[in-house]
Design a binder for this molecule. Structure first.
Ligand code: ASP
Length: 316
């Protein structure tokens, strides 16, 4: 028997403290709280980590404050192309999708790949056919669009035209949502979903749907979901790197996560953050950006945070 724990994130694409409007901050906090409650309701009833992370990520995808599902960023062509993955630490089963533009909840499509096919990663129109068979809701591509993200695309294009893309704020550029959990039976699971990077090239796939890079779960060590410059997570195979350090070097969850986020990832030049829960129930939520939308739920307590503060909440 383990103590159930759920951790969530809404991305490390967060602007410096004091620059989000009061309304933007409140909106994001509400989204985090809704997602935490949705995932926690599953764990509290004795449900599986896999169902809890899916429920939390669906709630985050539905919320426009975060770059996943509704509220996803636009690529350079003014379109949405979303990626998602889910992984079950019990048996390393995983499902992932990339380049999604019409499935309302990409994480549900990732789970359908895991449970209804012999494959791990599906892209493009193949996913839509599977989603239709699985009874998932399809929506018009502009259902995901928000004015806020459209404005970000215009700003990114203006900065690019001036050769000034490096000046773009983290929030302008990116974000992701994710959840990790351990359930009462001691099983681990992870789920991640994203719109990727504002103004990305059409067809670009990030770390999120690459098992072992942006998403990873293994009952032997940890469940992990990453956020930040996807290319460096791919190059460092971050999720599997964390697993390997814990499994073969005996590192603690905290040591492995912090060393990568403040060491290798920073050196490679990327804003990065992650959430992870270990098989022993420890949690790590390091980030090297100004903030990270995040929250944790455990028996009797829950909290959400954007910067260094903590707002506690009732989980019922
Ligand atoms: N990792 C995501 C990507 O590169 C973006 C993010 O997490 O902010 O697609």
């Amino acid at each position: 028997m383990s103590v159930p724990i759920l951790a969530i994130h809404g991305g490390c694409g967060v602007p410096p403290k004091g620059t989000l409007s009061g309304e933007q901050e409140r909106h994001a906090r509400e989204g985090l709280k809704d997602a935490l409650r949705a995932g926690w309701a599953v764990l509290e009833e004795g449900g599986q980590a896999l169902d809890a992370v899916e429920a939390a990520v669906v709630a985050l995808e539905e919320h426009t404050a975060f770059n996943a599902g509704r509220g996803a960023v636009f690529n350079a062509d003014g379109k949405h192309e979303m990626d998602a993955a889910i992984m079950d630490g019990r048996d390393l089963r995983a499902g992932a999708v990339a380049g999604i533009c019409r499935i309302r909840n990409p994480i549900r499509a990732a789970r359908a790949v895991m449970e209804r096919t012999d494959h791990v990663l599906l892209i493009g129109h193949g996913v839509e056919a599977l989603a239709a068979r699985a009874g998932l809701e399809l929506v018009a591509p502009d259902w995901f669009s928000t004015e806020d993200r459209r404005a970000s695309l215009l700003q990114m294009k203006a900065l690019q035209a001036r050769g000034d893309s490096s000046q773009a704020s983290e929030r302008l550029k990116h974000g992701t949502v994710g959840a990790v959990a351990i359930d009462r039976a001691g099983h681990l699971a992870a789920a991640t979903s994203t719109g990727g990077y504002t103004n990305k090239l059409p067809g670009r796939v990030g770390d999120t749907p690459l098992v072992g890079a942006g998403t990873y779960a293994n009952d032997a060590t940890l469940a992990y979901s990453g956020t930040g410059r996807g290319e460096i997570f791919i190059r460092t195979v971050l999720g599997h790197e964390l697993h390997a350090r814990m499994a073969y070097k005996g590192e603690s969850l905290a040591a492995a996560c912090e060393d990568m986020v403040f060491g290798a990832l920073k050196r490679l030049g990327g804003g990065a953050g992650l959430i992870a829960v270990g098989r022993d129930g420890t949690v790590a939520l390091p980030f090297n950006t100004a903030g990270m939308f995040r929250g944790v739920a455990s028996p009797g307590e829950g909290w959400v945070s954007i910067y260094d503060e903590r707002e506690t909440l009732s989980l019922v």
